[in-house]
Design a binder for this molecule. Structure first.
Ligand SMILES: Nc1nc2c(c(=O)[nH]1)N[C@H]1C(S)=C(S)[C@@H](COP(=O)(O)OP(=O)(O)OC[C@H]3O[C@@H](n4cnc5c(=O)[nH]c(N)nc54)[C@H](O)[C@@H]3O)O[C@H]1N2
Ligand SMILES: Nc1nc2c(c(=O)[nH]1)N[C@H]1C(S)=C(S)[C@@H](COP(=O)(O)OP(=O)(O)OC[C@H]3O[C@@H](n4cnc5c(=O)[nH]c(N)nc54)[C@H](O)[C@@H]3O)O[C@H]1N2
Ligand SMILES: [Mo]
Length: 745
């Protein structure tokens, strides 16, 4: 396997002949590139980009080319494990493992009811898995404690879309990036985290000069280097910048009065807030020059078409949801939404995190339904043939809240599916202690930091070995066919969930099994009925169409069989009182608004300007901790590296953690390039080599968060903060304070 060749975007092990190519989708990142998997003798031997796939037109990300290597890894788990009395994990049969899990779940349910059990899943699985999790979670275990790593990822996307437009679902699609005159990438390092989409933008820019690119990021990232205008603002000051920009646009009358009058409400309320935001005030807070802010406001105020992307520099920052609301406001005041090349493109990160939100495995309710609207709950009860009172309806509890409930001894059964929280959660020491308390099931193909606290480990089949669908960041549903049979000893996530439901004897109101389907395709067919009439309607899709037509965007119905490139083309939003996904929350206290309050606001199909009051980061650099700590991604690695850490080609590029420091700071602290330093935050510390240069501004450092799963590695999350955004409950992973200590060599 050492010598491989790249043929255009096909990538096959050397000297191998391919028996067959199987239709699939890349499982790294939310772009959702169509891929074919090369198979020989029931082994994956390579991958190729699908030329006709509209999203990637054959292109592949560097990591994607190796994503089948971990499947063949020698250290894959091929049998369940149970922790024995000595505290060690030891191999067990599926029968023993499932039996123990079911016994424990029943015990906790009997003792604590649904408040005692939680499922923490993922944005990297299949829609059919998520739908099953939602159904057995709500109607089987009657718990409201459903969450996923999407809480760390794109919970903010969901909330900002609900607040402004009435429901989740990104208004734009990737097709719009091909038409926009201006693209603003806000806290989004697309060159490293969405390489194929980035390539699409850069090719057009090189050929036509368009789009004008604005990049907002405190670091000089590879993305920022291509920008026409790079705004390297102070960390955590996104909203200060956007408030001044909103003010400038409104006061210069660069606004679309007809659109505002006919299709929006509450601009006057917004004006009262943003009127305070002069360019000078924003300049003082953001550290950007007045000229730069003015230029940005002019560009955004005058461009005829605009796509704005947001990602972790917004979602994992303070004022996360409100910052996105400000971006929605700018699109609304300019009327730049629901038309070609226009609209906010609030990104997803993981390959199917949007899908989990859509079908309700993650604390949402299936089909963008409103937990506070009894009619919607009646709908779900009727569709599932369960009693309304048996559907657990409770306030959404994010993972940080769940940690608190573990600390208190309330959550006693915690099922962790397809995520590695003991690397990826903030404030690791707290997370570790909390996760040591309940009975923990971990479903993962490898031993990880999280399996260290597991009572039972279940080994799942991996990508390429199972069938299902995924929803990418622009509402495209792709189908992934099973390329090979999984290795002996593992089961698919879907099979495990269905088996659990059977053993738990979950029933509908007629005494029939709650989960009546047994294949992913049957689950998809059932889900389609649940989606009918809702924003995410998928009744027009079939697995066959998804394969033949290389993905379809929702909504996709009999009337509209090709799916929708963009939402709200008629400028009618999902804010009717009985259609909307939520009545929204008070932005400062996060108190849910009542139906009466929503009716009083009376949006009735119009979009809502939300007031965007700046709060700023709570933990700020100070004497003991004078630096900003920023964390994030490298092009070479995927999250906690359980996959890319097993790809020699990627490991070679970035084998260990490091800290990026500004050259002036390094000189002041007498730290040389490559020298080891200790980074200390109020919560923990790590020791890593320094990378000295000009990527960072003075007073700011950056540590990639990909390390910590393998022995002796430095985990950035020992230092990060578990404070959350009040609306989306997403943790502020991008900003904490720290100091640097020179330790030499
Ligand atoms: N190579 C690779 N690609 C990936 C992934 C991966 O692990 N590796 N993961 C996928 C997933 S799940 C996700 S969520 C996405 C994430 O994709 P991105 O959000 O693009 O990646 P990050 O590096 O987390 O953060 C983006 C930028 O936010 C900036 N930032 C920090 N603070 C601020 C601030 O206050 N304001 C602004 N405007 N910017 C700030 C950081 O400097 C950083 O460059 O990537 C997806 N793609
Ligand atoms: N400091 C800091 N922390 C962060 C971030 C940051 O920017 N900074 N970003 C956050 C974000 S946006 C994200 S998305 C998270 C990601 O964090 P995680 O979700 O914890 O990271 P992954 O490494 O993707 O974990 C996926 C796990 O699923 C396993 N797995 C692989 N395939 C399968 C399968 O088919 N079935 C099952 N059951 N398991 C499988 C893998 O081995 C791995 O252990 O990290 C978050 N944490
Ligand atoms: Mo993410």
């Amino acid at each position: 396997m050492d010598h491989r060749k790249v043929l255009h975007e096909q990538f096959v092990a050397d000297n191998e002949t391919v028996d067959k190519w199987i239709h699939s989708t890349c499982n790294l990142c939310s772009v959702g590139c169509g891929t074919d998997i090369a198979v020989k003798d029931n082994k994956i031997i390579g991958i190729g980009g699908i030329d006709e796939h509209p999203i990637n037109k054959g292109r592949l990300d560097p990591k994607a080319k190796y994503q089948w290597i971990p499947n063949n890894s020698k250290d894959r788990l091929l049998t369940p494990m149970i922790r024995n009395d000595q505290g060690d994990l030891e191999p067990a049969s599926w029968e023993e493992a499932m039996d123990l899990i079911v016994r424990k779940a029943k015990e906790v349910l009997k003792d604590k009811g649904g408040d005692g059990v939680a499922i923490y899943s993922t944005g990297q699985g299949f829609l059919e898995d998520y739908y099953t999790i939602g159904k057995i979670g709500r109607a089987g275990m009657e718990t409201h404690l459903l969450d996923a790593n999407t809480r760390l990822c794109t919970a903010t996307t969901e909330w900002c879309l609900i607040e402004s437009f009435g429901s989740d679902g990104v208004p734009t699609s990737f097709d719009d990036v091909d038409e926009a005159d201006t693209i603003m990438l806000f806290g989004h390092n697309m060159a490293e985290t969405g390489t194929v989409l980035w390539d699409r933008i850069l090719r057009r820019k090189k050929a036509t000069g368009k789009p004008y690119l604005i990049v907002v990021d405190p670091r000089r990232t590879p993305t920022a280097k291509e920008a026409d205008l790079h705004l390297d603002l102070n960390p955590g000051t996104n909203l200060a910048l956007l408030n001044a920009i909103q003010n400038k646009i409104v006061n210069n009358e660069w606004i679309d009065h007809d659109f505002i009058n006919n299709h929006t409400i509450q601009l006057d309320e917004l004006k009262q807030e943003i009127n305070k935001w002069t360019i000078a005030k924003a300049s003082q807070i953001t550290g950007l020059s007045e000229e730069k802010i003015t230029l940005a406001a002019e560009k955004l105020g005058k461009t005829e078409s605009l796509v704005t992307t947001t990602l972790q520099g917004v979602y994992q920052a303070s004022d996360a949801t409100t910052t996105c609301l400000a971006i929605n406001n700018i699109h609304l005041m300019r009327g730049l939404i629901g038309k070609p090349g226009c609209g906010p493109l609030h990104m997803a990160g993981q390959p199917s995190s949007s899908g989990n939100r859509t079908v309700g495995g993650v604390g949402t309710y299936p089909g963008n339904r409103n937990p506070n609207n009894p009619k919607h709950i009646q709908d779900i009860a009727a569709l599932w043939n369960v009693k309304e009172e048996d559907l657990e309806i409770g306030p959404n509890k994010g993972i940080i809240k769940q940690l608190e409930l573990m600390e208190k001894g309330q959550i006693q059964f915690f099922w962790n599916i397809h995520t590695n929280p003991l690397v990826s959660l903030p404030n690791q020491e707290r997370a570790r202690k909390a996760l040591e308390k309940p009975f923990v099931v971990v479903q993962d193909p490898f031993l990880t930091e999280t399996t260290e606290v597991a009572d039972v480990v279940l080994p799942p089949a991996m990508w390429g070995e199972k069938e299902g669908t995924m929803e990418n960041a622009d509402r495209t549903i792709n189908v992934l066919r099973k390329a090979i049979e999984p290795p002996n000893g593992v089961k698919t996530d879907f099979e495990i969930l269905v088996e659990f439901a059977r053993r738990m004897e979950f029933k509908d109101r007629d005494g029939n099994p709650l989960i009546a389907y047994s294949t992913p395709e049957e689950a998809f067919e059932e889900w389609k009925k649940v989606s009918a009439g809702r924003p995410c309607d998928m009744t027009g899709m079939t697995y066959d169409r998804l394969e033949k037509e290389n993905g379809l965007r929702w909504p996709c119905t009999a009337d509209n069989p090709e799916g929708k490139t963009r939402l709200y083309e008629n400028h009618f939003f999902n804010t009717e009182v009985d259609y909307c996904q939520n009545y929204g929350k008070d932005p400062y206290t996060s108190r849910p608004l009542s139906r009466e309050e929503f009716e009083e606001m009376n949006p009735n199909g119009r979009a809502v300007f939300k007031v965007t009051r700046f709060g700023g980061p709570t933990e700020q650099p100070r004497a003991d901790y004078p630096f900003w700590l920023n964390t994030g991604r490298l092009i070479w690695h995927w999250h906690t590296r359980t996959k890319t850490g097993r790809m020699p080609e990627m490991e070679k590029e970035a084998p260990e953690a490091f800290v990026e420091i500004n050259a002036d700071d390094a000189r002041n602290l007498a730290i040389k390039d490559g020298e080891k330093v200790r980074i200390v935050s109020p919560r923990g510390n790590v020791e890593v080599p320094a990378k000295v240069g000009n990527i960072m501004n003075k007073g700011e450092v950056f540590v990639p968060f990909h390390y910590g799963n393998f022995d002796g590695e430095a985990n950035a999350n020992e230092m990060t903060m578990d404070e959350v955004d009040p609306l989306s409950h997403q943790p502020v992973l991008k900003h904490a304070s720290c100091r640097l200590e020179k330790i030499g060599k």
